[in-house]
Design a protein around this ligand. Structure first.
Ligand code: ATP
Length: 284
């Protein structure tokens, strides 16, 4: 018997860094949404007590460094599961791209094993376990559009964003989230948090108010290191998208439009100099 679980990529419409906490983490506010670019994980229960992880991306580790492996191990230890599991990750989400690929795979694993092993864990219990793997895992357990705060552990679902197309453009650069946060000097950034404004816009179903307030405090760090990302964002706006911002710690830049002909044109223009470009819709 096999189980397949979809693990959608996430985008950040906003990422506000409010301050640095005493525990070293940053206090954040973010609006996140899931899109229809997704990994698919196939689970096969094993009678022997073994964890096997496979993936179509040869460069990804499949041992305890893989977030899926970590999720399995945490559940097995906490609930003393004597059976094993084999997981095949069909990876479609670009890695280290700001699209939460590892986190969504871990969340999909927790959701799937909760059913396969009949653990009957609540969303809150899954979130507690997910938090031990990574700060984006709690959001990925819930999915949809959400206001996320704390260092990622508080997830409050909000209305779906108004219907539109989202372009994801990822140049050939890999960014380490940890390095970006370490280099962030909050005092040096001059900006107003945008998450509540964007949440209100979404609640009012006001697409233009939403797209005119997209923002990401980490652009200050990532754009300084990779000026070509700022050029990419400017280019997307020049091509006529209604708003553009960096997702997560980058390098993916996301842009919005309601006009499919325009989206196709932008897609074709960007493909020349971006490693990967996707046209997506957000998921409920
Ligand atoms: P975030 O938006 O949460 O910062 P990201 O999209 O930038 O995440 P990931 O794709 O999650 O980054 O990859 C970050 C690191 O996690 C990579 O170095 C990768 O080797 C490791 N990793 C572990 N497990 C996975 C997985 N299942 N899928 C992708 N990356 C994984």
């Amino acid at each position: 018997m096999e189980w397949v679980e979809r693990a959608p990529a996430k985008i950040n419409l906003t990422l506000d860094v409010l301050y640095k906490r005493e525990d070293g983490y940053h206090e954040l506010e973010m609006i996140m949404s899931s899109v229809d670019l997704a990994d698919h994980l196939t689970f096969t229960p094993l009678m022997e007590d073994r964890i096997e992880v496979y993936t179509n991306k040869a460069f990804l580790p499949v041992d305890k460094r893989n977030h899926v492996y970590q999720a399995i191990k945490l559940l097995k230890e906490k609930y003393q599961i004597p059976m094993g599991i084999k997981v095949d990750i069909d990876k479609q989400i670009p890695v280290a791209a700001g699209l939460g690929g590892g986190s969504t795979d871990a969340a999909a694993t927790l959701r799937a094993l909760n059913r396969i092993w009949d653990l009957q864990l609540s969303i809150e219990e899954l979130i507690d376990i997910g938090m031990q793997i990574g700060t984006d895992v709690p959001y990925s357990i819930v999915g949809g559009t959400a206001f996320v705060s704390g260092s990622g552990e508080n997830v409050r679902p909000i209305k779906d964003i108004p219907p539109c197309w989202v372009i994801l453009a990822k140049p050939r650069i890999s960014v380490s989230t940890r390095t970006v946060f370490r280099s962030l000097e909050i005092e040096a950034i001059d900006y107003t948090p945008k998450s509540k404004i964007v949440e209100n816009a979404i609640e009012q179903n006001d697409y233009y108010e939403m797209t005119s307030h997209l923002s990401n405090a980490l652009e200050a760090v990532t754009f300084e290191r990779y000026p070509q990302l700022k050029q990419l964002k400017d280019r997307m706006l020049r091509y006529g998208l209604d708003g553009a911002t960096m997702s997560g710690s980058g390098p993916t830049i996301i842009g919005f439009s309601r006009n499919y002909t325009r989206v196709k044109r932008v897609y074709n223009s960007l493909r020349g100099f971006c490693e990967e470009v996707y046209i997506c819709r957000t998921l409920k």
